[in-house]
Design a protein around this ligand. Structure first.
Ligand SMILES: CC(C)(COP(=O)(O)OP(=O)(O)OC[C@H]1O[C@@H](n2cnc3c(N)ncnc32)[C@H](O)[C@@H]1OP(=O)(O)O)[C@@H](O)C(=O)NCCC(=O)NCCS
Length: 166
């Protein structure tokens, strides 16, 4: 959980996409997920990021077209980014395999999902409970939404170790 509130992004003002060429040169493709990939992705997200993010991913796989983007190479999943999971107009969650971070995958997924939101008709995206704010603000002119902490997540149940949850 981040320390500040949600971020607002103007989708009609997105900067140029970051270097997708670098990823393509490394053989990494960023694309919208396919419904048959649902269980594979859910299992991966549960193992890497836990059950709450997996629940949000499940929501993104329940939309048509699905609202989740993947970074893949040769059948290996490196990361994902969702929108319209916890709320309409929300970006996230997103995550990259720890071993694959720092190569531009997170940024490419972020921009792919934000472009998807723009194409779906949104003018603004909310980055809910942004976590690494500097990651988002590096390329986006995102503003903090006043009084949005804890916002939508107020009182949300969380997994507890004593219940055997992850
Ligand atoms: C945040 C995350 C998705 C970034 O993925 P990534 O593939 O490492 O990001 P990129 O390589 O595209 O980074 C793009 C830029 O942001 C910077 N950056 C990446 N993660 C950062 C962080 N946590 N804090 C500050 N800056 C960050 C990178 O240094 C890079 O800058 P550069 O272009 O000057 O080199 C990844 O670290 C992650 O999965 N974190 C855990 C899950 C999480 O916090 N998700 C977000 C909340 S929903």
């Amino acid at each position: 959980m981040g320390d500040i509130g949600d971020l607002l992004v103007r989708l009609y003002d997105l900067p140029q996409d970051p270097g997708l060429e670098r990823l393509a040169a490394a053989g990494i493709e960023v694309r919208r997920a396919l419904p048959p990939e649902r269980l594979i992705v859910l299992d991966w997200v549960t193992r890497h990021f836990g059950s709450m993010w997996a629940a949000e991913v499940e929501m993104s796989f329940s939309q048509h077209p699905v609202t989740i983007w993947l970074a893949v190479r040769d059948g290996t999943l490196f990361g994902f980014a969702c929108h319209d999971a916890t709320a309409k107009g929300f970006f996230g969650p997103t995550g990259v395999d720890e071993a694959a971070r720092g190569q531009g995958i997170g940024e490419a997924l972020l921009f792919a999902a934000l472009r998807g939101m723009r194409e779906a008709g949104y003018a603004y995206a909310v980055i809910g409970d942004p976590g690494p704010v500097e990651f988002y603000r590096k390329r986006l002119d995102a503003s903090v939404i006043p009084k949005s902490k804890p916002g939508l997540y107020r009182g949300m149940l969380r997994p507890r170790a004593e219940d055997g949850a992850n």
